[in-house]
Ligand binder design. Structure first.
Ligand code: DP6
Length: 327
């Protein structure tokens, strides 16, 4: 064994959505995004370089992983090997304490934890910007989970050699609550990487999404700094709906929503009409993430649990960035 480290990272939920990559460069986002990193949900990943291995190994939740996830992990490890001149393969063991591949942003925490652990195991920098850039090359949203609190990632430019995320406010800046309404079990149909590529390639609305996203991003950034939930809600819902509009307009259309998804959106707007601060965002899956403030958390949760098709809820608040475990 020539190097071993364990890291923890948390998922993040985008308020300003990333959807689509630049046609140039290494996994550079086409639009700026802004997220909140969540406490309470974690990925724990151990990386162990071992010169007796003949290939990288990946165990997810106690089982050998499928070829797809293993290839992405090897891609990240290849970058670490290239940067350090090492040749050894690695054994990677990862556990999530929340449902994977169900649109709950498991790739963000997974690749942030992997980037941190692989860097620590090989003596590469574990400074958050280095971890963020390394994670971003495999999964863009993972760049944001390197940091805690409220985190921004600008769009990629042709000259970008590196592109890490940037923290804009710490986790105690605003006690936003995120309540995930889980509307299905099991993995989603079309993963985000694949879904956004299909959107870039076939949606006539994709250029409009890219043109419009920076202005929405600016409203979301300002609303987070001002702790203005009404302004944040309006702009964040627009970001999610316009992202999904670009996907729905692909050929064939990409529809992540189910009946219960729409029922939750309707109910969130009804809550708001009654004066309760609640707004939604939706990622590449049928679940809905509802944002609210601590004083309305119980009411929002009870309301969501009464909607037919909502299986359960998961509540989270802003949390910290990726870190070494066991210290
Ligand atoms: C809808 O970061 O999973 O969650 O860069 O291809 O790994 P890759 O995509 P990924 O996409 C996340 C998309 C999203 C919105 C967001 O998190 O900003």
């Amino acid at each position: 064994i020539t190097g071993r480290a364990t890291a923890v990272a948390h998922p993040n939920i985008a308020l300003a959505k990333y959807w689509g990559k630049r046609r140039f460069g290494h996994n550079l986002p086409a639009v700026p995004s802004l997220s909140v990193t969540l406490a309470g949900l974690s990925t724990l990943t151990t990386v162990e370089f071992d010169d007796t291995l003949t290939a990288d190994e990946l165990h997810l939740g106690g089982r050998p992983a499928a070829p797809g996830p293993l290839a992405r992990v090897t891609g990240l490890l290849d970058r670490v090997r290239a940067a350090t001149g090492r040749r050894e393969h690695a054994r990677v063991v990862s556990h999530n304490d929340f449902p994977t591949a169900a649109g709950l942003a498991s790739s963000a925490s997974a690749f942030a934890a992997l980037a941190f652990a692989a860097s620590a195991a090989t003596g590469l920098s574990t400074a958050p910007d280095a971890v963020s850039d390394l994670a971003r090359r495999t999964s863009v949203s993972a760049a944001r989970s390197a940091y805690g609190g409220f985190v921004a990632l600008r769009a990629g430019e042709p000259a970008d050699e590196v592109l890490p995320a940037t923290p804009i406010a710490p986790e105690d800046h605003w006690p936003l609550r995120v309540i995930i309404a889980v509307t299905a079990e099991g993995p989603k149909d079309v993963g985000s990487s694949e879904g956004m590529k299909h959107t870039v390639d076939t949606s006539p609305y994709f250029p409009a999404w890219v043109d419009d996203a920076p202005a929405l991003y600016a409203r979301i950034h300002a609303a987070v700094l001002a702790r203005d939930i009404a302004a944040l809600g309006a702009a964040a819902e627009a970001s999610a709906l316009r992202m999904h509009a670009s996907a729905i307009a692909a050929d064939p259309g990409l529809l992540y929503w189910t009946g219960p998804t729409v029922a939750v959106l309707t109910e969130v707007r009804r809550l708001r009409a009654r004066g309760t601060p609640a707004f939604f965002t939706i990622d590449a899956g049928p679940h809905v993430k509802v944002f609210t403030l601590p004083e309305a958390e119980a009411e929002v949760t009870a309301t969501l649990l009464q909607i037919p098709g909502v299986l359960r809820t998961i509540s989270a608040k802003p949390g910290g960035g990726a870190r070494l475990d066991g210290g």
